[in-house]
Design a protein around this ligand. Structure first.
Ligand SMILES: CC[C@@H](NC(=O)c1cc2[nH]nc(NC(=O)c3ccc(N4CCN(C)CC4)cc3)c2s1)c1ccccc1
Length: 274
């Protein structure tokens, strides 16, 4: 809304997580007692990395997106040293930690998350927003176990090479690692990477050296481990997502009707556990 927020509007609680440029805290808005996550980003770090204009655009995009699997941005404010983002609180925390704890997800849990992500990405693409940074670290779990895309790395322009080089290449499609033109197909590729990682515990093109990961991505050097045993239907979906030619990747709406999703994903988008 148009309300001008300030730090005095909130009781600040425990730190929830640390990330680039700052940290995120549990917080409660004093008037409504509404619990939120307050992300505090340091202006000097943003300036040093020249991402402040990107943050402004990401805030613009994020505040207009309304989807059950996309973390809400309710508002923002700043003081002389910091930018504060008022975010939806995802009560079950970070998906990557849950994946580390479980090692792998079973096919029903993986399919439920992939279906939720596909629905969120269909919504984004309809609004001409390409995420470009879908990876476990940017996914959170809500109170009822539902998946939420959290990160503000919603760059609508190509991320600068320096950032790509220092970040992980694992989730980037061939066209991005080759610095070529890219479109919404990049998110479809990342969905395939995530599906593989949910089922096997590691991304498919992981290698010790950046240069080897790079080679494996551009060659789509996809190999399915013998263990754990995964259904041929799941492997079929992954093979239709991890396609070099972006235009040949399975369209997101066809992901939702793929047999593996239809037979395994919980229609409510919530993995009910056990
Ligand atoms: C995705 C990274 C990004 N994070 C956000 O924007 C974030 C936004 C946002 N909303 N809610 C969150 N929830 C948590 O972070 C959280 C963590 C652990 C929790 N639990 C611990 C285990 N326990 C058993 C259950 C409760 C619960 C909630 C986060 S993180 C970021 C980027 C830059 C700087 C900081 C953070």
């Amino acid at each position: 809304g148009e309300k001008r927020w300030s730090l005095t509007d909130f009781d600040i609680g425990k730190p929830l997580g640390r990330g680039k440029f700052g940290n995120v805290y549990l917080a409660r808005e004093k008037q409504s007692k509404y619990v939120v996550a307050l992300k505090v980003l340091f202006k000097n770090q943003l300036q040093q990395s020249q991402v402040e204009h990107q943050l402004r655009r990401e805030i613009e995009i994020q505040s207009h997106l309304r989807h059950p699997n996309i973390l809400r941005l309710y508002g923002y404010f700043y003081d002389q040293a910091r930018v504060y983002l008022i975010l939806e609180y995802a009560a079950k925390g970070e998906l990557y930690k849950e994946l580390q704890r479980c090692k792998v997800f079973n096919e029903k849990r993986a399919a439920t998350y992939i279906a939720s992500l596909a629905r969120a990405l269909i919504y984004c693409h309809e609004k001409h927003v390409i995420h470009r940074d879908i990876k476990p670290e940017n996914l959170l779990i809500g109170l009822k176990g539902e998946l939420k895309i959290a990160d503000f790395g919603w760059s609508v322009h190509t991320c600068n090479r320096r950032r790509t080089l220092c970040g992980t290449l694992d989730y980037l499609p061939p066209e991005m690692v080759e610095g070529k033109e890219h479109d919404a197909g990049v998110d479809v590729w990342s969905l395939g990477i995530l599906c593989f990682e949910f089922l096997y515990g590691t991304p498919p093109f992981e290698a010790k050296k950046h240069s080897d990961t790079y080679k494996r991505i551009v060659r789509v050097d996809l190999r399915f481990p013998a263990k754990p045993v995964i259904s041929s239907s799941a492997r079929d979906l992954i093979c239709h997502l991890l396609v070099k030619d972006s235009s040949q990747r399975l369209p997101l709406r066809k992901v939702l009707t793929h047999p593996w999703i239809v037979n395994n994903a919980d229609p409510s988008g919530v993995y009910a556990g056990h």
